[in-house]
Write a new protein. Structure first.
Ligand SMILES: [Zn+2]
Length: 400
């Protein structure tokens, strides 16, 4: 068994220990096969360690051990295995140094989770049924519904627990004491149960390291709630992560505020106003375009039985409108093309007198085209010179 120094002092960043075993990862020692990606790494055991292994939804500590880097830490049957990038001498006294900023950040998230889960449990009776401390944020799954408003109330209360700067207590109760105790527990635990108490907020069985006083958490920010497996998934940022998120959001809000000449706390209203303006302009533009299309249709000679028009922009709605306006007069066929000789054309071909599908098929074959439609209208894409297309349409449609 490895002596777990992180239980004696969660703020221990540096320690000395003796190397009790060191073997290349994957070497058959009767245990399970090494995890993939461990090639060239070593598995080091010490008589005692301050490195916390992965588990309970939290990833392991990293740092250095003697001259080696600790890449991962795993626990099995009370033994802690340090996965390193170099071998260490058996019996050697080594100094271990934990990547403290990372560990402290994790303790901030983890202790924040206790406060929030304890409050949700006390107020709504829901359990935390899934906890994940990831590299970007931290999620908690509760087996009941919570609204954004509920969450805001929880967040306020949780931060009050931070301001009260309460001592985080760790108890090792006897079986009799445990029986009488009310506490949250995610799993059935065998052997000595470790109870973590945040007075007035939470009592929970937990094996991870926590901050000593709630004030160390700094701030608890609940950033999202969404439905998840019949309950909700809440996303949380604590301490340094909440601060970094605030910095990022302030930068973004600042940029938007400058662009819209609006105060930072009024940008949503300004964006909404901008959207209204944008849709009004779109509508106005559409109406103007319709007018232009109708004028264009009026300018086409009434005598032309077959009309072939090329427009610069390939807006299908306008092209169809032009075609339909042209066909309102007694004509055989109208074809409208949008695009240019280099990039190709989009087209619409219509008639109120003949089935245009066969003609369109022939046209597609002649001009590397694609498309289809109904007897009275076909649309698609084609490639070629506008002059050749016009010539083709006028000649073939003349035979309809
Ligand atoms: Zn915990």
């Amino acid at each position: 068994m490895t002596e777990k120094l992180f239980y004696r002092d969660s703020h221990l960043r540096e320690f000395t220990a003796a190397v009790t075993a060191c073997r290349p990862c994957g070497k058959d020692d009767g245990r399970e096969k090494a995890e993939s990606g461990d090639a060239g790494k070593y598995e080091v055991e010490l008589d005692r360690t301050a490195f916390f292994p992965e588990g309970g939804g939290q990833y392991s500590d990293k740092g250095v051990l003697g001259g080696a880097r600790v890449l991962d830490v795993r626990e099995k049957d009370g033994h802690i295995f340090h996965i390193t990038d170099a071998p260490l001498e058996m019996g050697e006294q080594v100094t271990g140094k934990i990547d403290w900023e990372e560990r402290f950040m994790k303790m901030q998230q983890h202790t924040g989770e206790h406060i929030v889960s304890g409050l949700v449990h006390g107020k709504y009776g829901y359990n935390n049924v899934g906890f994940h401390l990831g590299s970007e944020d931290c999620t908690m799954d509760f087996n009941g519904e919570l609204t954004e408003k509920d969450l805001l109330g929880i967040e306020r209360e949780a931060n009050r627990a931070v301001w009260e700067n309460l001592e985080v207590q760790v108890l090792y109760p006897t079986e009799e004491e445990l029986e009488k105790m009310e506490y949250r527990s995610k799993i059935e635990i065998e052997g000595q149960v470790r109870i973590v108490v945040i007075p007035g907020y939470d009592v929970c069985a937990c094996c991870a390291p926590h901050v000593k006083y709630t004030g160390e958490i700094g701030v608890i920010k609940l950033t999202n709630v969404q439905r998840y497996k019949g309950g909700v998934r809440v996303t949380m940022l604590c301490g340094i992560r909440a601060l970094l998120d605030y910095e990022k959001k302030q930068q973004e809000a600042g940029k938007i505020s400058a662009m819209l000449c609006a105060k930072e706390n009024e940008i949503a209203g300004a964006v909404s106003h901008l959207r209204e303006e944008c849709s009004a302009l779109k509508y106005e533009l559409g109406e103007k375009e319709k007018k232009i299309v109708l004028m264009k249709a009026q300018n086409i000679s009434d005598d032309a039985a077959v009309v072939c028009e090329f427009v610069e922009e390939g807006n299908m709605d306008s092209m169809r409108l032009l075609m339909n306006s042209v066909l309102e007069k007694d004509r055989v066929l109208c074809a409208v093309f949008g695009g240019n000789d280099e990039d190709g054309y989009r087209y619409v071909i219509g008639s109120r007198k003949a089935d245009v599908r066969a003609l369109a098929k022939e046209f597609n074959a002649a001009f590397d085209g694609k498309g289809g439609g109904r007897p009275e209208m076909v649309q698609g894409t084609a490639n070629g010179k506008s002059s050749a297309m016009r010539e083709w349409i006028l000649e073939k449609a003349g035979n309809l």
